[in-house]
Design a binder for this molecule. Structure first.
Ligand code: KG4
Length: 339
């Protein structure tokens, strides 16, 4: 019997809906929100309003592109959290109404687990190469930097995480002081491709275990700018590419050092990366390099699955649906949670 799941994602500033049938993606529609660019960050109230405007057309388009009728849906999976409360409420409330009208079950999904499970999405029925358990997943985004030990689809243990800023935050904050706009991560990445990664040295944290810290790097980056700007007001403009290349290399190095340690200690060579920062080409190259040097079997997501998307929510919902894990109408979103 085939199972068709509609996924709904509205945890931050992307409204997304996707249809997955038996693990194969039929559609994945994402509406971003340009309204935040002028503010240099996501404005929660504006995000909720944009979700409210986007959700009906985005879901309609996902169903249309999947080539199905809504009556063919078996369940609706939605992001319950973590995320912005007002944003989550839009997806959760929409799901309640739509599921009730179709008389089908709802399945709640943890956004962070969904990023990890994006690696199981099949784009065609023949798609193979999904990770084998147990594997390590580096989850790096604007709000998280974690090393997750994935034992099964629903058994995940966070073995390391940032004690202050996330990796995406480090990119964004350093980009902001260089006047590169928001979100700065992709711009830093683009400029880094033209720069010398050894031009500048920034401090790296020394903390035990598998935890991360990026606040020291941010301060070291700021001090470098401050010191050079005293001598040369045009320092940033003249060294933008080198600054970006050196920053990116330092972030990637910090991320990979702990991941390498975890892989060695636990004897796990199946290693994945997920989240917005997994779009970074320096990080992707480092994964390929580690595969060659250490015999890792690596899993790097398609660019479409690096940012928030509903295909990963539908995929996670599909696994829960198969286990009969449904959610009641009294569900409320949660803004914070560990995996
Ligand atoms: O997972 P995500 O879409 O959502 C949040 O957690 O907000 O991640 C967004 C983060 C931002 O910090 C953004 O600057 C970063 O991912 N990012 C990148 C790149 N693309 C997105 N950072 C570095 N290089 C990139 N190519």
């Amino acid at each position: 019997m085939s199972v068709t799941i509609l996924g709904i994602e509205s945890s931050c500033d992307d409204t997304s809906a996707a249809v997955i049938r038996d693990g194969v993606m039929l559609s994945n529609i994402i509406a971003g929100q340009k309204v935040h660019e002028a503010y240099g960050g996501v404005v929660p109230e504006l995000a909720s309003r944009a979700h409210q405007q986007n959700i009906v057309p985005v879901v309609a388009e996902a169903i249309r592109q999947a080539g199905i009728d809504k009556t063919e849906l078996d369940a609706i999976a939605f992001t319950r959290g973590p995320g912005l409360m007002g944003s989550l409420l839009v997806g959760t409330s929409f799901t309640k109404g739509f599921a009730a009208s179709l008389n089908i079950p709802m399945v709640e999904v943890n956004h962070l687990q969904a990023h990890v499970l994006a690696h199981f999405i099949k784009e065609t029925p023949e798609d193979t190469g999904q990770p084998a358990f147990p594997f390590l997943c580096l989850l790096v985004s604007g709000g998280n930097s974690q090393i997750i030990l994935v034992k099964s689809q629903d058994e995940m243990e966070v073995i390391g995480q940032t004690i202050d800023d996330a990796a995406g935050e480090a990119f964004d904050k350093c980009a902001k002081v260089m006047g590169l706009g928001y979100p700065g991560g992709p711009v830093v990445n683009r400029l880094a491709n033209e720069g010398n990664a050894e031009a500048f040295t920034f401090s790296k944290p020394h903390i035990p275990g598998y935890d991360y810290s990026f606040s020291g790097l941010k301060t070291s980056f700021l001090y470098t700018l401050r010191d050079h700007l005293k001598e040369n007001p045009g320092f940033i403009e003249q060294n933008r590419a080198d600054l970006c290349a050196s920053l990116q290399a330092t972030v990637v190095d910090i991320l990979m050092n702990k991941l390498r340690k975890a892989s060695k200690d636990l004897g796990i060579k199946e290693v994945a990366v997920a989240g917005g920062v997994s779009a970074n080409t320096g990080l992707r190259d480092a994964f390929v390099d580690h595969a060659r040097r250490y015999g890792w079997k690596i899993h790097i997501p398609e660019f479409a699955f690096t940012t928030d998307n509903a295909a990963m929510v539908a995929m996670s919902g599909y696994f829960r649906y198969l286990k009969g894990e449904f959610t009641g109408m009294d569900v409320v979103p949660f803004s914070r949670v560990v995996i």
